[in-house]
Design a protein around this ligand. Structure first.
Ligand code: RP5
Length: 160
């Protein structure tokens, strides 16, 4: 049992999804990471989605191009799904973004921005959801926000 599942459509998505992994580690959140391709592993994808509620509280799904993974997982689970549009080679992730965000009514995917910032925000958003019932995660989030604040203040200190 882990709080968060990170799934990605290909190992080639790891460069971006590593940002999600890093932030969840920083926030002390328990998670598991898997490669599940919607197009190359459709049966495994449905099996994962059908059983996800037994193992996790939130799913983060990253994919690029024809990025059907987050939406298809969302179609087969009652868990909240956060979609990360991974930058693609030719369309720079606009294809990924539109594939993930333009879901039909009734099947929501909470879509974050393309790339690194989105991947980090997916981790923070997932932690906020889990923190609703977890005081440790609430404290870890507060510390994360404070550290971000202090870093911003520090960055401008020597400007004169
Ligand atoms: C998507 O196709 C994956 O999420 C990945 O972003 C993209 C390309 O996959 P590879 O051809 O690099 O495996 O399903």
């Amino acid at each position: 049992m882990h709080d968060v599942a990170i799934v990605m459509g290909s190992i080639s998505d790891l460069k971006i999804m590593q940002n999600t992994i890093d932030v969840l580690n920083e926030l002390g959140v328990s998670f598991e990471t898997k490669v599940i391709s919607a197009h190359r592993m459709p049966h495994e994808m449905l099996d994962f989605a059908n059983h996800a509620h037994e193992n996790y509280q939130v799913i983060i799904a990253g994919a690029g191009g024809a990025a059907h993974l987050p939406g298809m997982i969302a179609s087969s689970t009652t868990l909240p799904v956060i979609g990360v549009p991974v930058p693609s080679k030719y369309l720079k992730g606009m294809d990924s973004l539109l594939s993930i965000v333009q879901m039909p009514a009734g099947v929501p995917v909470a879509t974050v921005s393309i790339g690194e910032a989105g991947a980090k925000n997916a981790a923070i958003l997932a932690t906020k959801i889990c923190a609703l019932n977890n005081p440790t995660y609430q404290n870890n989030l507060s510390a994360y926000v404070q550290a971000m604040h202090d870093k911003s203040v520090e960055s401008g200190k020597d400007l004169g």
